[in-house]
Design a protein around this ligand. Structure first.
Ligand code: SF4
Ligand code: F3S
Ligand code: FES
Length: 254
Protein backbone atom coordinates (compact mmCIF):
# COMPACT_ATOMS: atom_id res chain seq x y z
CA UNK A 1 0.00 0.00 0.00
CA UNK A 2 1.40 3.39 -0.92
CA UNK A 3 0.69 6.58 0.97
CA UNK A 4 1.53 10.24 0.52
CA UNK A 5 0.89 13.56 2.20
CA UNK A 6 -1.80 15.75 0.62
CA UNK A 7 -2.49 19.43 1.12
CA UNK A 8 -6.04 20.26 2.15
CA UNK A 9 -7.89 23.51 2.74
CA UNK A 10 -11.04 23.04 4.79
CA UNK A 11 -13.54 25.77 5.59
CA UNK A 12 -13.88 26.25 9.35
CA UNK A 13 -16.37 28.60 10.91
CA UNK A 14 -19.99 29.15 11.77
CA UNK A 15 -22.87 31.50 11.11
CA UNK A 16 -20.71 34.44 12.28
CA UNK A 17 -18.11 33.76 9.55
CA UNK A 18 -15.05 31.66 8.94
CA UNK A 19 -12.09 30.93 6.71
CA UNK A 20 -10.15 28.17 4.99
CA UNK A 21 -7.70 26.32 7.24
CA UNK A 22 -4.61 24.59 5.84
CA UNK A 23 -3.78 20.97 6.64
CA UNK A 24 -1.21 18.41 5.55
CA UNK A 25 -2.64 14.94 5.91
CA UNK A 26 -1.80 11.33 5.07
CA UNK A 27 -3.62 9.67 2.16
CA UNK A 28 -3.62 5.93 1.47
CA UNK A 29 -4.57 3.91 -1.62
CA UNK A 30 -8.31 3.61 -2.21
CA UNK A 31 -9.33 6.42 0.12
CA UNK A 32 -12.08 8.94 -0.51
CA UNK A 33 -12.31 12.56 0.60
CA UNK A 34 -14.50 11.60 3.58
CA UNK A 35 -11.70 9.29 4.84
CA UNK A 36 -9.35 12.26 4.85
CA UNK A 37 -11.85 14.46 6.70
CA UNK A 38 -12.18 11.68 9.28
CA UNK A 39 -8.38 11.46 9.58
CA UNK A 40 -8.27 15.20 10.20
CA UNK A 41 -10.83 14.76 12.96
CA UNK A 42 -8.80 11.90 14.45
CA UNK A 43 -5.41 13.59 14.31
CA UNK A 44 -5.53 17.37 13.94
CA UNK A 45 -9.00 18.88 14.23
CA UNK A 46 -11.17 16.87 16.67
CA UNK A 47 -13.91 19.50 16.63
CA UNK A 48 -14.23 19.62 12.82
CA UNK A 49 -17.98 19.33 12.11
CA UNK A 50 -19.07 17.09 9.22
CA UNK A 51 -22.32 15.27 8.50
CA UNK A 52 -22.22 11.70 7.19
CA UNK A 53 -23.87 8.34 7.78
CA UNK A 54 -23.44 5.53 5.26
CA UNK A 55 -20.09 6.10 3.53
CA UNK A 56 -21.67 4.31 0.58
CA UNK A 57 -23.33 7.08 -1.45
CA UNK A 58 -26.79 6.18 -0.23
CA UNK A 59 -27.75 8.44 2.70
CA UNK A 60 -27.12 11.77 0.98
CA UNK A 61 -25.58 13.31 4.12
CA UNK A 62 -22.00 14.07 3.14
CA UNK A 63 -22.67 16.66 0.42
CA UNK A 64 -20.04 19.39 0.18
CA UNK A 65 -18.12 21.36 -2.43
CA UNK A 66 -14.76 19.89 -3.38
CA UNK A 67 -12.55 22.22 -5.38
CA UNK A 68 -15.73 24.20 -6.03
CA UNK A 69 -17.74 21.29 -7.39
CA UNK A 70 -20.76 19.98 -5.44
CA UNK A 71 -20.11 16.30 -4.67
CA UNK A 72 -20.58 13.54 -2.12
CA UNK A 73 -17.41 13.33 -0.01
CA UNK A 74 -17.77 9.57 0.42
CA UNK A 75 -17.96 8.98 -3.33
CA UNK A 76 -15.07 11.23 -4.35
CA UNK A 77 -11.92 9.15 -4.65
CA UNK A 78 -8.64 10.80 -3.81
CA UNK A 79 -7.24 9.20 -6.97
CA UNK A 80 -9.16 11.71 -9.11
CA UNK A 81 -6.77 14.41 -7.88
CA UNK A 82 -3.07 14.67 -8.60
CA UNK A 83 -0.80 14.23 -5.59
CA UNK A 84 0.50 17.80 -5.75
CA UNK A 85 -2.98 19.33 -5.98
CA UNK A 86 -4.38 21.27 -3.02
CA UNK A 87 -7.88 19.99 -2.29
CA UNK A 88 -10.35 22.54 -1.00
CA UNK A 89 -13.44 21.38 0.87
CA UNK A 90 -16.19 23.89 1.63
CA UNK A 91 -19.81 23.58 2.80
CA UNK A 92 -22.76 23.71 0.37
CA UNK A 93 -23.00 27.35 -0.66
CA UNK A 94 -26.76 27.66 -1.09
CA UNK A 95 -27.74 26.77 2.47
CA UNK A 96 -26.83 28.53 5.73
CA UNK A 97 -23.77 27.21 7.52
CA UNK A 98 -24.26 25.72 10.97
CA UNK A 99 -20.60 24.88 11.58
CA UNK A 100 -17.62 23.93 9.38
CA UNK A 101 -18.92 21.55 6.66
CA UNK A 102 -22.42 21.22 8.10
CA UNK A 103 -25.21 23.32 6.61
CA UNK A 104 -28.84 23.79 7.51
CA UNK A 105 -30.74 22.05 4.70
CA UNK A 106 -34.14 22.75 6.26
CA UNK A 107 -35.15 24.71 3.12
CA UNK A 108 -35.47 21.37 1.34
CA UNK A 109 -37.67 19.78 4.00
CA UNK A 110 -39.91 22.82 3.89
CA UNK A 111 -40.27 22.46 0.11
CA UNK A 112 -40.93 18.71 0.48
CA UNK A 113 -43.81 19.43 2.84
CA UNK A 114 -45.38 21.81 0.31
CA UNK A 115 -45.83 19.14 -2.40
CA UNK A 116 -49.12 17.25 -1.89
CA UNK A 117 -48.70 13.48 -1.71
CA UNK A 118 -49.92 10.87 -4.20
CA UNK A 119 -53.73 10.74 -4.25
CA UNK A 120 -54.86 7.07 -4.42
CA UNK A 121 -57.43 6.24 -7.11
CA UNK A 122 -60.98 5.72 -5.84
CA UNK A 123 -62.26 2.14 -5.86
CA UNK A 124 -58.87 0.41 -6.01
CA UNK A 125 -57.29 -1.19 -2.97
CA UNK A 126 -53.62 -1.87 -2.33
CA UNK A 127 -52.49 -4.66 -4.67
CA UNK A 128 -55.07 -3.74 -7.32
CA UNK A 129 -53.03 -0.99 -8.98
CA UNK A 130 -52.01 -1.83 -12.57
CA UNK A 131 -49.55 0.24 -14.60
CA UNK A 132 -47.54 -0.10 -17.81
CA UNK A 133 -43.91 -1.00 -17.16
CA UNK A 134 -42.73 2.26 -18.76
CA UNK A 135 -44.72 4.22 -16.14
CA UNK A 136 -43.14 2.11 -13.38
CA UNK A 137 -39.67 2.70 -14.85
CA UNK A 138 -40.21 6.45 -14.97
CA UNK A 139 -41.19 6.64 -11.32
CA UNK A 140 -38.36 4.34 -10.32
CA UNK A 141 -35.76 6.59 -11.91
CA UNK A 142 -37.02 9.53 -9.86
CA UNK A 143 -37.25 7.34 -6.74
CA UNK A 144 -33.50 6.70 -6.86
CA UNK A 145 -33.09 10.16 -5.30
CA UNK A 146 -31.05 9.98 -2.08
CA UNK A 147 -31.93 13.56 -1.07
CA UNK A 148 -28.35 14.74 -1.06
CA UNK A 149 -29.62 18.16 -2.24
CA UNK A 150 -26.62 18.65 -4.51
CA UNK A 151 -29.03 19.60 -7.30
CA UNK A 152 -30.81 22.06 -5.03
CA UNK A 153 -27.46 23.54 -4.03
CA UNK A 154 -26.26 23.87 -7.62
CA UNK A 155 -29.24 25.39 -9.39
CA UNK A 156 -28.38 29.03 -10.08
CA UNK A 157 -31.98 30.11 -9.50
CA UNK A 158 -31.40 29.88 -5.75
CA UNK A 159 -27.59 29.56 -5.57
CA UNK A 160 -27.13 33.14 -6.73
CA UNK A 161 -30.49 34.53 -5.68
CA UNK A 162 -31.49 34.06 -2.07
CA UNK A 163 -34.63 36.04 -2.82
CA UNK A 164 -35.92 33.26 -5.13
CA UNK A 165 -36.05 30.65 -2.39
CA UNK A 166 -39.60 31.52 -1.42
CA UNK A 167 -40.97 31.09 -4.95
CA UNK A 168 -38.84 28.20 -6.28
CA UNK A 169 -39.03 24.61 -5.05
CA UNK A 170 -35.84 23.54 -6.85
CA UNK A 171 -35.14 20.62 -9.21
CA UNK A 172 -35.54 17.84 -6.64
CA UNK A 173 -39.09 18.87 -5.75
CA UNK A 174 -40.17 19.89 -9.25
CA UNK A 175 -39.08 16.37 -10.17
CA UNK A 176 -41.42 15.06 -7.47
CA UNK A 177 -44.29 17.12 -8.91
CA UNK A 178 -43.45 15.77 -12.37
CA UNK A 179 -43.43 12.21 -11.08
CA UNK A 180 -46.87 12.62 -9.55
CA UNK A 181 -48.29 14.54 -12.50
CA UNK A 182 -47.18 11.78 -14.90
CA UNK A 183 -48.30 8.99 -12.58
CA UNK A 184 -51.19 7.23 -14.36
CA UNK A 185 -53.00 6.42 -11.10
CA UNK A 186 -52.63 9.72 -9.27
CA UNK A 187 -56.17 11.03 -8.71
CA UNK A 188 -55.18 14.58 -7.72
CA UNK A 189 -57.28 16.18 -10.48
CA UNK A 190 -60.42 14.46 -9.24
CA UNK A 191 -59.93 16.28 -5.95
CA UNK A 192 -59.45 19.64 -7.68
CA UNK A 193 -55.66 19.67 -7.34
CA UNK A 194 -54.02 20.76 -10.61
CA UNK A 195 -50.37 19.75 -10.31
CA UNK A 196 -49.40 21.49 -13.56
CA UNK A 197 -50.82 24.78 -12.36
CA UNK A 198 -49.18 24.49 -8.94
CA UNK A 199 -45.86 23.64 -10.63
CA UNK A 200 -46.06 27.00 -12.41
CA UNK A 201 -47.76 29.17 -9.82
CA UNK A 202 -46.49 27.77 -6.52
CA UNK A 203 -43.22 25.94 -7.19
CA UNK A 204 -41.68 28.30 -9.73
CA UNK A 205 -41.30 25.96 -12.73
CA UNK A 206 -40.92 29.03 -14.96
CA UNK A 207 -37.69 30.03 -13.16
CA UNK A 208 -35.99 26.92 -14.54
CA UNK A 209 -34.28 27.76 -17.82
CA UNK A 210 -33.06 24.18 -18.31
CA UNK A 211 -29.35 24.81 -17.76
CA UNK A 212 -29.06 21.15 -16.64
CA UNK A 213 -26.52 21.90 -13.88
CA UNK A 214 -28.76 19.92 -11.51
CA UNK A 215 -28.50 16.85 -13.73
CA UNK A 216 -24.72 17.17 -13.98
CA UNK A 217 -24.18 16.92 -10.23
CA UNK A 218 -26.74 14.20 -9.42
CA UNK A 219 -24.82 11.24 -7.93
CA UNK A 220 -27.66 8.89 -8.90
CA UNK A 221 -27.44 9.96 -12.58
CA UNK A 222 -31.10 10.88 -12.64
CA UNK A 223 -31.91 12.78 -15.81
CA UNK A 224 -33.66 15.47 -13.82
CA UNK A 225 -33.92 18.02 -16.62
CA UNK A 226 -34.67 15.77 -19.59
CA UNK A 227 -36.98 13.29 -17.89
CA UNK A 228 -38.75 15.46 -15.30
CA UNK A 229 -38.43 19.21 -15.77
CA UNK A 230 -38.78 19.47 -19.56
CA UNK A 231 -41.77 17.05 -19.71
CA UNK A 232 -43.40 18.96 -16.86
CA UNK A 233 -42.90 22.24 -18.71
CA UNK A 234 -44.38 20.71 -21.86
CA UNK A 235 -47.39 19.39 -19.97
CA UNK A 236 -47.95 22.75 -18.26
CA UNK A 237 -47.79 24.59 -21.59
CA UNK A 238 -50.10 22.07 -23.29
CA UNK A 239 -52.57 22.62 -20.49
CA UNK A 240 -52.37 26.40 -20.80
CA UNK A 241 -52.90 26.47 -24.57
CA UNK A 242 -55.34 23.58 -24.88
CA UNK A 243 -58.49 25.28 -26.29
CA UNK A 244 -60.83 22.89 -24.45
CA UNK A 245 -59.09 23.54 -21.14
CA UNK A 246 -59.18 27.28 -21.85
CA UNK A 247 -62.93 27.13 -22.61
CA UNK A 248 -63.57 25.03 -19.53
CA UNK A 249 -61.79 27.52 -17.28
CA UNK A 250 -63.80 30.41 -18.78
CA UNK A 251 -67.08 28.58 -18.21
CA UNK A 252 -66.10 27.67 -14.65
CA UNK A 253 -65.27 31.30 -13.86
CA UNK A 254 -68.79 32.50 -14.81
FE1 SF4 B 1 -29.35 14.39 -4.97
FE2 SF4 B 1 -30.02 13.67 -7.48
FE3 SF4 B 1 -31.84 13.59 -5.52
FE4 SF4 B 1 -30.98 15.93 -6.43
S1 SF4 B 1 -32.16 14.39 -7.59
S2 SF4 B 1 -31.28 15.40 -4.30
S3 SF4 B 1 -28.84 15.49 -6.87
S4 SF4 B 1 -29.99 12.35 -5.68
FE1 F3S C 1 -31.90 24.81 -12.27
FE2 F3S C 1 -31.81 22.36 -13.21
FE3 F3S C 1 -33.48 24.10 -14.21
S1 F3S C 1 -30.09 23.62 -12.61
S2 F3S C 1 -32.41 26.01 -14.02
S3 F3S C 1 -33.52 23.32 -12.17
S4 F3S C 1 -32.36 22.56 -15.31
FE1 FES D 1 -23.91 8.67 2.99
FE2 FES D 1 -21.90 9.98 1.80
S1 FES D 1 -22.02 9.28 3.87
S2 FES D 1 -23.88 9.50 1.00
Amino acid sequence: MSSYEARFKVWRGDVQGGDLEDFKVEVNDGEVVLDIIHRLQATQAPDLAVRWNCKAGKCGSCSAEINGRPRLMCMTRMSVFTRDETITVTPLRTFPVIRDLVTDVGFNYQKAREVPAFVPPAGLGPGEYRMFQEDVDRSQEFRKCIECFLCQNTCHVVRDHEENKQAFAGPRFLMRVAELDMHPLDAAEETGLDRKRTAQDEYGLGYCNITKCCTEVCPEDIKITDNALIPLKERAVDRKYDPLVWLGSKIRRR
